[in-house]
Design a protein around this ligand. Structure first.
Ligand code: DI6
Ligand code: FE
Length: 403
């Protein structure tokens, strides 16, 4: 007879399993959890005989996999509301960046902040995500831009995981922009990252992946390629901010290095999409940045669908281009701005987001063997998770480690 830690009954379930139609709906479902994993899931009428340490009827509420925010920059000092006002008056993001503002203004504020100050500022941001059903968050560095401050950011990100109970995946984004000490010497800065910072980060296991910003205002494709070669040699997977403001061949570059994902993609060509399809890279779409920058060029959603590139959606939480701590908001924006279906938005913040973090074997769907991070919702149908804006609908969030 099966022994479970927790048995959930009287549920409606959206499994989001890749081989199931639509949402993978099971009505009148039961779900059993043992050792933090899903031990059984299916129609309640088929539940095998077993005993559970505790049983909970969810009285017809919906269960989905807990949400996953696979692209954020939520550790940072200061804010950029003033730049937002400038941009509303017609000054472009590139103009602000080229005048020493933009990412560099956040770098100044982040360097000036202590680790505790960064932690205290970031904790409410992860808590806001947790409150809307997010159990896994990726957090990038990239506002330190020197060894000491990049390490400080990654350590703060790790601490956020310990205190919030969420899974935090960290990404080294030291190649976010060229720091002032290396003005006009981007290659020398890449040398520092490859020679010193990256080996140190790898040895201390402070990062789960390496990212870069491939853009005219940041790093060229050859510079990113050099960084990626070092990352891959050190056993770290890569991902890329690609083709956000112009087509710099970012998607092709990411594909060449078997990146987990290429993110943004507003200007990606069909060649880029084809390369991603071949490499199995996930397309991470970031509608918060598109909206905030007043972009008009949409990512090539039809081509991504045609070539069966998995599409994830993330908040991109950052002070410059996506000031939001809501993944639910990103889902709504992705549907309205990029014409994703509500199902694509939910799959994009569960199954495909897990894939983008290299965690697909472990989470992102409700299937036997997967981690029991489960969201319980007060909704009539999962499409409502994309439809409602800024509306709390989470009834409960079960975290595998606490069951
Ligand atoms: N693209 C983005 O949208 C963020 N980083 C990036 O490379 C913006 C970061 C910022 O402006 O602070
Ligand atoms: Fe970003």
């Amino acid at each position: 007879m099966a022994q479970w830690d927790l048995l959930l009954t009287d549920a409606r379930v959206a499994t989001l399993a890749a081989d199931a139609p639509d949402y993978g709906e099971i009505s009148e479902a039961a779900l059993a959890i043992s050792d933090g994993s899903i031990a059984w899931i299916g129609p309640q009428a088929d539940l095998p005989t077993g005993s559970a340490a505790s049983t909970r009827s969810v009285a017809g509420q919906w269960l989905t996999p807990a949400l996953i925010d696979c692209h954020t920059h939520l550790v940072f000092g200061g804010d950029r509301a003033q730049e937002f006002e400038q941009r509303l008056q017609g000054v472009s993001y590139e103009e602000i960046a080229n005048a020493g503002g933009g990412i560099l203004s956040t770098v100044r504020a982040t360097r000036a902040a202590s680790a505790d100050e960064l932690f205290d500022a970031a904790l409410p941001r992860v808590q806001a995500l947790l409150a809307e059903g997010v159990a896994t968050v990726e957090i990038k560095s990239g506002y330190g831009l020197d060894v000491e401050n990049e390490l400080k950011m990654l350590e703060v990100a790790r601490r956020l995981g310990e205190s919030s109970g969420m899974t935090i995946r960290t990404t080294l984004l030291a190649a976010h922009t060229v720091p002032p000490e290396f003005e006009h010497q981007a290659d020398k800065y890449i040398d520092l990252i490859c020679g010193e910072l990256l080996p140190d980060v790898a040895e201390r296991k402070l990062a789960d992946a390496v990212d870069a910003y491939c853009e005219t205002i940041a790093f060229s494709a050859p510079q990113v390629a050099r960084l990626f070669r070092t990352a891959v040699d050190l056993g770290l997977p890569v991902k890329l901010h690609a083709d956000q403001l112009s087509d710099g061949g970012g998607a092709e570059l990411a594909a060449h290095f078997n990146a987990l994902s290429a993110d943004h993609l507003e200007y990606t060509s069909s060649t880029g999409v084809n390369a991603m399809a071949k490499a199995g890279a996930v397309a991470v779409l970031l509608p918060g940045a598109y909206l905030t920058l007043g972009e008009t060029q949409r990512p090539p959603v039809d081509a991504l669908r045609e070539r069966k590139v998995p599409i994830a959606v993330a908040s991109d939480c950052n002070p410059g281009t996506s000031p939001t701590c809501s993944l639910r908001n990103a889902m709504m924006l992705a549907s309205r701005l990029f014409a994703l279906t509500p199902l694509e938005c939910l799959a994009g913040t569960t199954r495909e987001a897990a894939l983008a973090l290299g965690l697909a074997d472990d989470r992102g769907t409700l299937e036997v063997g997967k981690r029991a991070d489960i969201a319980i919702w007060n909704i009539g149908h999962p499409r409502e998770l994309t439809y409602w804006m800024g509306t709390p609908q989470l009834a409960d969030l079960l975290l595998a480690d606490t069951i």
